[in-house]
Design a protein around this ligand. Structure first.
Ligand SMILES: *[C@@H]1O[C@H](CO)[C@@H](O)[C@H](O)[C@H]1NC(C)=O
Ligand SMILES: *[C@@H]1O[C@H](CO)[C@@H](O)[C@H](O)[C@H]1NC(C)=O
Length: 128
């Protein structure tokens, strides 16, 4: 019984040591593609390990948008996935422009991610 408790506490302790807050910020994009007729109305959805942290506002008719929203997950673990999905808002359906996924690491990092359908997403995150 006592040894089980020890084991549980050990696991909890090592979990909490590797845990931290992840903050995603400074989201912007450049050269987002536009359809022939439609404008580019970009927004970004942010996920940590499959849980949705939220999405930015839609920047209408802007191929080089930036977003002021920040996204926070309190008990984030190193090496879990941070995923950002960039969409173009449309009347009929929203077009997925690209997915940016990487394993988070301690510290502050800035990344440029090339989107499958064109353009680049720039973002920063801090874990710790
Ligand atoms: C990651 O997501 C899976 C599936 O939803 C969940 O079971 C797991 O506890 C999550 N892990 C962390 C560290 O958030
Ligand atoms: C991160 O994403 C990759 C690719 O989708 C997946 O194979 C991997 O299991 C994910 N890692 C975690 C810790 O969820």
């Amino acid at each position: 019984m006592a040894s089980t408790l020890c084991l549980v506490l050990l696991v909890l302790c090592s979990l909490s040591m590797a845990q931290g807050q992840v903050k995603v910020f400074n989201l912007r994009a450049s050269d987002l593609p536009s359809n022939l007729l439609a404008t580019t109305d970009g927004y970004v959805k942010v996920f940590y390990n499959l849980s949705a942290l939220g999405k930015t506002s839609i920047r209408k008719n802007d191929k080089n948008p930036w977003w002021e929203e920040e996204f926070i997950y309190i008990n984030a673990l190193e090496n879990y996935n941070l995923t950002l999905k960039v969409y173009d808002n449309d009347v009929v359906f929203d077009d997925l422009l690209g997915v940016c996924q990487r394993k988070i690491k301690q510290g502050t990092h800035q990344h440029d991610c090339f989107l499958e359908k064109g353009g680049t997403l720039h973002y920063s995150y801090t874990l710790g």
